[in-house]
Design a binder for this molecule. Sequence first.
Ligand code: PEP
Length: 251
Amino acid sequence: MARTPLVAGNWKMSKTATEGAALARELRERLGSLDRVEVAVCPPFPALPAVGTALRGSGIALGAQDVHWEKEGAFTGAVSAGMLLDLGCRFVILGHSERRQHFGETDAAVQRKVRAALAVRLIPIVCVGETLTERDGGETLAVVARQVRAALEGLTGADLSRLVLAYEPVWAIGTGRTATPAQAQEIHGAIRRLVGQQGDGSATQILYGGSVKAENAAALLRESDIDGALVGGASLVAEQFARIVEAARPG
Ligand code: PEP
């Protein structure tokens, strides 16, 4: 099945609202009209309104980097799915390895967040991936399968096509080391089979993330189960990000 490629930028804790709006305007100018490819940027929470305004009418979607699972209440510092939707978000990154590592985010928490996002029709971009120790220990498939199964637990077939998965080997994030296209395809294929155990996984976009650059994007995106990229560092440079988007656009 032909899936529209998606390129999403994870700005992490970079860019003030002013800086983010400037980057969004530059990106919009460089990308022009978008066809055959979906593009999203995920700024930090305080920059969402300004970036959303800068992107209005451009076709570039807005996403956030986390959400709380409850609708409202006494959760100091947290942000709900409804609040993100109200700001014009279409996507939310969930279970990023930096949140798992630095904020103690568990598979169970990711599962609750996926449901909260889907409940308001936000599209979760669920990140999964193994550490270097896990890869060296031959545990890659087991780790990824555990994370994917937890994230998908209890979801319906319809939910599966309203959700994006991102395979991000932890050892490749921000390190300049990328999985080879063959390494990535092996895991993407396994992820698609896991989704298929629960419903029709043929429409589910599975992104690759981990030191994606303009130089390596095309080779990764040629693989049959790689449906786009989740881009960290290179998404902060409009020219780089635009070249990755170009590489993702089917010829
Ligand atoms: C990420 O943070 O999701 C990521 C893939 O980062 P980078 O592209 O910098 O490795």
